[in-house]
Design a protein around this ligand. Structure first.
Ligand code: PGA
Length: 250
């Protein structure tokens, strides 16, 4: 079964200490232990286990923000997909721009990470997006096509794969593409997914980058926008919940 819509996922990035994190997910679970759509949180690695445990009686999804491509080994500081699954994670983000651009991860590495995650039964949230320079140079569609082609995992389906379009220049900036631009990119990505992935018509396609309670309804109302990947606004239970309900979730 494809994921229930809307798919609204919160990427906490390097934010959250245990007490606040558990309080936040407690407030979410009090709103909907069994959400109608797909609601997920991606705490920092230190909190994946405690948060998963806190949410074990709910259907709110818990995931990691990244994983290593190997199953285990001499990789100081890294975490494998098996380790995430072991503490209760059901999903993992790969290819976030803060890793692609901040840490130099390329498409081949992102693909290897995604395949490692699939091998552990995790839902893969694959992020792609153009930089501001690429956007201004009119290279957006070429960049997105190249990133998708290079990082889509073999074995991806509508059940185990989510693709998030996150323009790098919209992340944490308060700026978003126009409705028309989001429509263009999602139409392109949908066509590519249909060509390249089994059941690609049903793979959840998210928009991410400065999604807030105020713009969430307009963004998620668009065809081929199945939900949102939310950064800053996911750190507050009320604003995250508002985004989820703006997308039709209950
Ligand atoms: P933002 O981040 O919502 O704070 O812009 C989105 C993301 O990086 O996933």
């Amino acid at each position: 079964m494809p994921l229930a819509r809307p798919v609204v996922l919160g990427n906490w990035k390097m934010n959250g200490l245990k007490a606040d994190a558990l309080a936040l997910v407690g407030r979410l679970a009090a709103r909907a232990a069994h959400p109608s759509g797909t609601l997920g949180v991606f705490p920092p690695a230190t909190l994946v286990g405690p948060v998963a445990q806190r949410l074990s009686a709910s259907r709110i999804l818990v995931g990691g923000q990244d994983c290593h491509e190997a199953e285990s080994g001499a990789f100081t500081g890294s975490i494998s997909a098996a380790m995430l699954a072991d503490v209760g994670a059901k999903a993992v983000i790969v290819g976030h721009s803060e890793r692609r651009h901040g840490l130099g991860e390329d498409d081949a590495l992102v693909k290897a990470k995604a395949e490692a995650a699939l091998a552990q039964g995790l839902l893969v949230v694959l992020c792609i997006g153009e930089t501001e320079g690429e956007y201004l140079a009119g290279e957006r569609d070429a960049v997105l096509t190249r990133q998708l082609d290079g990082s889509l995992p073999d074995g991806g389906t509508a059940e185990n794969l989510v693709v998030a379009y996150e323009p790098v220049w919209a992340i944490g900036t308060g700026r978003t593409p126009s409705q028309e631009e989001i429509k263009e990119t999602h139409t392109l990505l949908r066509a590519l997914l249909v060509e390249r992935v089994a059941g690609g018509a049903d793979v959840a396609l998210l928009y991410g980058g400065s999604v807030k309670a105020e713009n969430a309804a307009d963004i998620m109302a668009m065809a081929d926008v199945d939900g949102a990947l939310v950064g800053g606004a996911s750190l507050d239970a009320d604003s995250f919940w508002s985004i989820y309900t703006a997308g039709g979730g209950a």
